[in-house]
Design a protein around this ligand. Structure first.
Ligand code: NIG
Ligand code: FE
Length: 416
């Protein structure tokens, strides 16, 4: 059992310290009302709660189910802390443009990129977006994610950004799907027909107030990158969002070091993601300000770029996590696949990869119950994955398929 007990993020050598984080086989977990209430040796728990004692036990009057997992390993429910879940359309042809040597900004000016997804998304009804979202959340769940951070950002008008947030809110009420934490990303690109300064003005005077009034987004995010939103524009939007009570996240340094890391540190945002070209100096400032570095290796995987040096950030004691960044260019909602990039291509240990997909991202995106998640310990949400075999390391070594036999969601065990 990969156990992951304790509070807060793990960094440096602790992220892969199995003494601290894994338990041998033979443990049992008692769950009540979706929360882990006790972890002990199976034998001890059998004596206390086991079949033969069940009528005499303190669970006497409760409905009680006992699952024997026959030695299969357990890891925490995975936490995907950066997704663009809801959008319509198809940008698959852009892979050929990339192979012909066109850059991300070339593709945007050729009629592809974010703005083309915006057109398709605006033309979709809320019901169509919910249907797409449902299918995608099922895929995330099959791959072990029990909680997702979900960004808007493919509407780019007040009406369509609110539609995306409302659609995600409907999905968050459905049974047997991962829980959702919503982020408003109105500053994802400049929509057609606007200058960037006019759009920023509209964001500040109209879109953000409408999002605050709607009251469904918990955080704000900005694509702070040369060619998209400048440091000054990002600062204005993020500061006003904070004043409105939103938590802050950022997209920084995806293609070049644009100085977003310094701003992330100055504003002490919760997570600064991509962060692939951020300087060591800016990363140090981020660490001092408590900013999580949210790497998104699926994006360089699909865009043909380099992965960051994960071992360097570990040596430097920086706090980091990974996420799928599900979007039209990077169409995976499988954290086991993202982790296989880390483990099988970047020399990250399976345990460090697991911490980066569970405990650490969970610090940036709270579970709606208010209980801790991304860990297996007393008091945490009973979100668990049952690996289809005895070794927990299998969780990140089946990149093309789900490695899980079953997933427990707030105490309900669902077989895949
Ligand atoms: O995080 N970089 C900004 N946003 C998305 C991709 C957007 C798109 O190309 O549609 C990301 O990778
Ligand atoms: Fe993103």
């Amino acid at each position: 059992m990969a156990h992951l007990s304790g509070k807060g993020s793990l960094k440096g050598a602790d992220i892969a310290d199995s003494e601290l984080l894994t338990s041998p086989a033979g443990k049992g977990i008692v769950i009540e009302d979706g929360i882990i209430v006790k972890i002990d040796d199976s034998k001890v728990l059998e004596d206390e709660y086991g079949r033969e004692n069940i009528h005499r036990s303190k669970l006497d009057n409760l409905k009680c189910k006992i699952y024997s997992l026959n030695g299969k390993a357990i890891i925490p429910g995975l936490v995907d802390a950066h997704t663009h879940l809801l959008w319509s359309g198809d940008r698959s042809r852009e892979v050929s443009w990339r192979q012909q040597g066109h850059s991300y900004s070339d593709i945007a000016s050729m009629g592809g990129g974010i703005v083309s997804t915006v057109e398709a998304t605006r033309n979709s009804t809320q019901a169509e977006l919910i249907e797409l979202g449902y299918k995608r959340l099922r895929s995330a769940f099959r791959n072990g994610s029990t909680h997702l951070e979900v960004k808007s950002g493919y509407g780019l008008s007040t009406e369509s950004e609110l539609k995306l947030i409302a659609a995600a809110n409907e999905l968050s009420k459905m049974n047997h799907l991962p829980s959702i934490d919503q982020t408003w990303l109105g500053a994802h690109a400049t929509p057609k027909g606007y200058s960037r300064s006019d759009y920023v003005e509209e964001i500040l005077s109209e879109q953000l107030p409408a999002v605050l009034e709607q009251g469904l987004a918990r955080s704000a995010d900005v694509f702070c990158e040369p060619g998209w939103f400048t440091i000054e524009e990002s600062e204005d939007i993020l500061k006003q969002s904070k004043d409105g009570g939103l938590d802050l996240r950022m997209h920084i340094d995806e293609f070049t070091d644009g100085g977003g890391g310094d701003l992330a540190a100055e504003l002490a945002v919760t997570s600064a993601d991509h962060s692939h070209y951020t300087s060591t100096d800016a990363r140090m400032k981020m660490e001092e300000s408590g900013v999580n570095c949210g790497f998104l290796p699926g994006t360089p995987y699909s865009m043909g770029e380099q992965w960051p040096d994960f071992n360097e950030v570990t040596e430097q004691q920086f706090t980091w996590s990974v996420a799928t960044d599900f979007n039209p260019n990077c169409q995976t909602l499988s954290l086991p696949f993202i982790a296989s990039i880390l483990v099988q291509r970047c020399a990250v240990s399976p345990l460090a990869a697991l911490v980066a997909c569970s405990r650490n991202p969970a610090q940036t995106t709270p579970h709606p119950s208010g209980a801790r998640h991304g860990v297996i310990e007393e008091g945490a949400v009973a979100n668990l994955n049952v690996v289809d075999g005895p070794w927990w390391q299998a969780w990140c070594q089946q990149p093309g398929d789900s490695p899980f036999h079953a997933t427990m969601l707030e105490g309900d065990l669902i077989f895949h």
